[in-house]
Design a protein around this ligand. Sequence first.
Ligand code: 4H7
Length: 247
Amino acid sequence: MRIEVITIFPDFFTSPLDCSIVGRARQSEALAVEVHDLRNWATDKHRVVDDYPYGGGAGMVMKPEPLILAVEDLLSKAGRDCPVILLTPQGQQFDQSKAEQLAKQEQLILICGHYEGVDERVRQSVVTEELSIGDYILTGGEPAALVVIEAVARLLPGVLGNPASLDSESFGSGLLEYPHYTRPAQWRGMSVPEVLLSGHHQKIHRWRYKQALRRTGKRRPDLLEQLELTEDARELLAEIDTECKQG
Ligand code: 4H7
């Protein structure tokens, strides 16, 4: 997959794109990320990319020409259409299913906004979708673009060692993760649950599943409601319910 990023702060991406999973994905050539300085498409000698808002008001607005020219250039180089995504607080919520959908694409173009936002004609002419990584305001779209890149990169074939682990993880299964433990078995009076030391794989599996159900019910009842529960899950939830009432 190829991801093109359009930004006024290319340096913002240097270290995050070299580290960890994304760095490895790029080395393995499963992923190519090109970060483009929007000012390369500015049309004046001072390379200005913002201007005063029509109608007045505080702050500046990103000019339409550099952004639209940048996207057109990148699309023509690709020789085909691809999603052109503006990261914005007004966008559709980015989530795991959206990441899975984007991971199937051959190419993505991500636009990072700044100032008070972008001229509406950028949306009208080149943006195909607007995404938000959550209900909060950032100064620029760069951290949001990195979130999208990271979430997508780890879904690309061959990037993670063991693709089977993707399904069992949080959101893959629709549940929050069960609690994890490693050595030592005892630490400052806190012990690892006995069942995990038992070597009894079936019991361990069921214990983890129950913990995942318990956590999801407690912290994210909205996720639990979206699931089609198996008979076994219903049974475990009933157990959890009784345990709760017993204190
Ligand atoms: C596009 C339009 C994404 C991008 C407006 C981006 C939050 C998210 C931005 C703006 C973002 C998210 C510019 C509007 C700064 C607010 C103070 C960049 N913020 N901004 N203004 N949740 N900001 O995904």
